[in-house]
Design a protein around this ligand. Sequence first.
Ligand SMILES: Cc1ncc(COP(=O)(O)O)c(C=O)c1O
Length: 394
Amino acid sequence: MSLSRRAFFRNLGAGPADSASREFIAARGREALVNEMWRSGLSYEEAEAQFGPPPEGAIVISSNENPLGPGPAAYQAVLDGLDQWAGRYPTNFRPSHADLMQTIAAKFDARSENVTLGTGSGEILENAAKAFTGPDKALITADPSYMQAVSVARRHGHPVKTVALDANLRLDPEGIARAARGAGLIFLCNPNNPSSTILPASDVEALVSEVQRSSPDTRILIDEAYHDYATDSAHQTAIPLALRTPNVFVARTFSKAYGMAGLRLGYGIGHVDTIRTLAQWTHVFNSNNLANAAAVASLNDPAHLEQERARNTAARDYTIGVFRDLGFEAADSQTNFLFVNLGRPASEFRDACRERGVMVGRDFPPMENTHARVSIGTMDEMRQAAEVFRQVLA
Ligand SMILES: Cc1ncc(COP(=O)(O)O)c(C=O)c1O
């Protein structure tokens, strides 16, 4: 039987393959592999041989992806784009690369010149490390925090200074400001991965003012990958601050709440001068037509984002309760993952869970002997995972 491509993908979208293809777009379960590549310089093939794909049927709550993938509007945009536009460059496609930048800019009362796109926000982080660190311009980061910018700085032989989290596993703004004197770049992950906590907006502003005073040439990159999952009103986006402060810029991603980790799209937003420098490091057309179309559809569907935030909050609250009933506290999570103090090596917990079909997060030095990271899946997955947590931790 001959099917048109459109009919084929319509069928795919309507059948049981639908949720599988959405999960595929969300690219679950590959974080440990990538991290090992950064840490030890393994090639992709070597890391793949070591980690392999998640076992068939496992509950994969080891990487912080959206378990459901993109929303219906974004999903439909991908199907339509694949059918009609996959053969075209992003200038010849609607929405184009430029349309996406305008849509993002409009959302924040900014101009396209304030926006640069990335193949995931990881590219923004990497470009920032390339553009703003150097042999005598250190990168400052919390410890533990997200390692992508650090891995690039280290690879280039640029110094990295780390600042420990405080007792509540929050970023330490005074410590960061002190360490930043003369530095090239501060990487501020807010909410922070893996600790899941926020630095309140008032503290972010105070930190920025202090760095402007004490180290005016230092750039500050605020990574808001998990912004859309935060529910504490003390957390606010730093994008307005970035737009009016030349040294500050923000990275955002479509990989988390928008469920598009497999489509690879993120952006940097900030003052024109900083964005221009950052954009010098990007590859032209580093986003593809399908991701662009899905992103525009997602940005025009705020109701779906609300729904995803509510879904995550319910599953997160449930999982916090499970650990609390077992006698273990998680840090105050404003993300789609928990960082739980189990008082034992994360590897013990991880191996015991894996034997029972549940994959939880990798080690996060220097806290790998006490804390484990558990990503939030669907409520159904968290209920099944809870059974395993009870067996392993009782
Ligand atoms: C804090 C943080 N920033 C950035 C990224 C990069 O995500 P992506 O390149 O998929 O946008 C991740 C991914 O896990 C992350 O946790």
